[in-house]
Design a protein around this ligand. Structure first.
Ligand SMILES: [Ca+2]
Length: 277
């Protein structure tokens, strides 16, 4: 009897250890087993909504890295870039990345790649992040081959749900990069477009833009028009109108979101004049 009791206790203890890890997150496929343990808020019971909340509750002290967040129903892990108030990274690409961005609708929906490197967080999660009560903005960071960094912001950003084919809705642009998503200068307008992947054609071209190849590499999923004035998911050429293209090569790109701070933006306006653009 005693022995059986001990066994039950042992089993209970074991269950506790097992339930403490791995963390309950929907996108663990985007982390290596070592990275499961490296999640910076592992064990936190009530999860922050996004990386901005992590930053805020740490008094601005939280470090960059992978955190568990819960934008809506889904508990996910995401890479947080903590400078400038805590951005939730939704895309990162390095030119000629070994991560293939030529993926299916389902893969773009749930995310792929490695959170600590090149990845797409997932349209479903970008939808959850941007469609709640909090208004979000989209940040785009581009680094060219000479390490010159350009930045752009769209405020607000909303990604509609899967029933609307993850249509992209963008507000006003500001930044040092060109506006390649809402400006219609080359007849390619990405704002208000639905998402297209190699297996789901929602674009305005007679063929599927995601399947069109440049030097043997397909475009990957994107909010294509017919087809693109910008596309950050073509592995061999990061494309952002005049800032990044096949003549002016860029090495890295990031897309990220955080709550917009309209009141602070008005306050900061005076300081903007000091910026050397
Ligand atoms: Ca088409």
């Amino acid at each position: 009897m005693q022995c059986r009791g001990a066994m039950v206790l042992l089993l209970l203890g074991l269950t506790e250890v097992l339930s403490a890890e791995p963390p309950a997150a929907e996108n663990l496929h985007m982390l290596s087993p070592e990275e499961h343990k490296a999640i910076l808020n592992l064990g936190q019971k009530v999860l922050p909504r996004d990386c901005h909340e992590v930053w805020e509750s740490s008094g601005g002290q939280a470090m960059d890295g992978i955190y568990l967040i819960q934008p809506a129903d889904s508990r996910i892990s995401a890479y947080c870039s903590m400078q400038d108030g805590g951005w939730t990274v939704v895309q990162h690409i390095t030119v000629n990345s070994s991560v293939d961005f030529d993926r299916t609708w389902e893969e773009y929906k749930r995310g792929f790649g490695a959170l600590s490197g090149n990845h797409w967080l997932g349209n479903q999660y970008l939808h959850q992040l941007t469609s709640g009560n909090v208004r979000y903005k989209l940040g785009v960071k581009l680094v060219d081959k000479d390490a010159v960094t350009k930045f752009g912001e769209y405020d607000p950003v909303l990604l509609e749900g899967e029933e609307a084919q993850y249509r992209l809705r963008l507000g006003l642009f500001q930044g040092t990069a060109g506006d390649a998503l809402t400006q219609d200068t080359e007849n390619y307008l990405h704002d208000n477009q639905r998402f297209t992947t190699k297996d789901r054609d929602n674009d305005n071209y007679f063929q599927n833009c995601a399947r069109l190849e440049f030097q043997g590499v397909a475009g990957g999923g994107w909010w294509y028009d017919a087809c693109a004035g910008a596309n950050l998911n073509r592995r061999n050429v990061i494309y952002w109108q005049k800032d990044c293209n096949k003549e002016h090569l860029c090495k890295y790109a990031w897309m990220m979101v955080k709550p917009s701070e309209l009141i602070k933006v008005v306050k900061v306006k005076g300081e903007c004049g000091k910026d050397e653009l």
